[in-house]
Design a protein around this ligand. Structure first.
Ligand code: PBG
Length: 327
């Protein structure tokens, strides 16, 4: 058989396969989500996310120690406050759950990188991502609340803020407020193309943030849309976002590819709670090999063009990277 091209030559053995890999992974690209519950002491397992916990303020540094032991040096914080009200006022309380968590982490681990999720849904008693006007989330009024919240995270010592609310103009509003208050150097990671997704189901249980009526389709993106993601990214970039994000990850790899091709900002992807929970459940039933599915799913997100991955598997992935099982 006279074949000139034999792609299999580059697959014959581990040494050549590893040398020719097109996608490389690093623990530096991983961000681990940490849930902090204001009324809790100790930690409590999250039933919808096997292996994940809500941490009390007394043991949030334990979560950080576990990250550091696994080579993960970056987290994104989510807060579950003791008090909820229509505006979500504990979100910008200087002594709110996130502000206290940041200070506790930074006191013990000053160089651990702390990103904060900026959104109102865990703080409002109705569970929507902003202030209501009737049954409608009032965009412009919410911008003020988000900007106040982001500023209070910055003042508490956050390294980066990540608005996930999908209000129009929030990146500009937050950028201006940060700049006017001495935080011109604090970066913003924008949840730019955040879809109204069923994949967030297990998170809402973990963060106690399900909307009490209706859904989030009035502000999060319609999963049918692709070009609209480019529009959202363009607006966020224009308003001063430093990093763009697509969320969820696995069902939106086409969007990650397209946005990472179109913009010269770092592209993050959030492998959300439903992605994690589905792998866990299938593995528990004995249908799939959890470790291999975890590795393959993560690397597909990087192959699609992301350079940052937020994932509940961050610690396990970092271990797999260290052992050379991936990347
Ligand atoms: C807050 C927020 C959500 C997630 C991240 N930030 C929930 C939502 O929009 O309903 C989802 C994360 C996940 O599912 O892992 N708005």
């Amino acid at each position: 058989m006279e074949l000139v091209h034999r792609p299999r030559r580059l697959r014959e053995g581990d040494a050549i396969r590893r040398m020719c890999r097109e996608t490389r992974l690093s623990a530096d690209s991983l961000i681990y989500p940490i849930f902090v519950e204001e009324t809790l002491s100790g930690k409590r397992p999250i039933s919808s996310l096997p292996g994940q916990y809500q941490y009390g303020l007394d043991c949030v540094t334990e979560a950080v120690e576990e990250c550091l032991a696994a080579d993960v040096t970056r987290c994104i914080l989510f807060g579950i406050p003791a008090h909820k009200d229509p505006l979500g006022s504990s979100a910008w309380d200087p002594d709110g759950v996130i502000q206290k968590a940041i200070r506790a982490i930074k006191a013990k681990f000053p160089s651990f990188y702390v990103v904060t999720d900026v959104c109102m849904c865990e703080y409002t008693d109705h569970g929507h991502c902003g202030a209501l006007c009737g049954h409608h989330v009032d965009n412009d009024k919410t911008l003020e609340l988000l900007a106040k919240t982001a500023l209070s995270h910055a003042q508490a010592g956050a390294d980066m803020v990540a608005p996930s609310d999908m209000m129009d103009g929030r990146i500009g509003a937050i950028r201006r407020t940060l700049d006017e208050n001495g935080f011109a150097d604090l970066p913003i990671m924008a949840y730019s193309a955040k879809y109204a997704s069923a994949f967030y189901g297990p998170f809402r249980c973990a963060a106690d943030s399900a909307p009490s009526f209706g859904d989030r389709s009035g502000y999060q993106m319609d999963p049918h849309n692709r070009r609209e993601a480019l529009k959202e990214c363009a607006l966020d970039a224009e308003e001063g976002a430093d990093i763009l994000m697509v969320k969820p990850a696995l069902s939106y790899l086409d969007v990650i590819r397209e946005c990472s091709d179109a913009f010269d900002l770092p592209m993050a992807a959030y492998s959300v709670s439903g992605e994690y929970a589905m792998i866990k459940a299938a593995a528990q039933a004995g249908f799939v090999d959890e470790h291999r599915i975890m590795c393959e799913s993560a690397l597909s997100v990087f192959r699609a063009g992301a350079s940052i991955l937020i994932t509940y598997y961050a610690k396990e992935l970092a271990a797999a990277i260290r052992k050379g099982e991936i990347g």
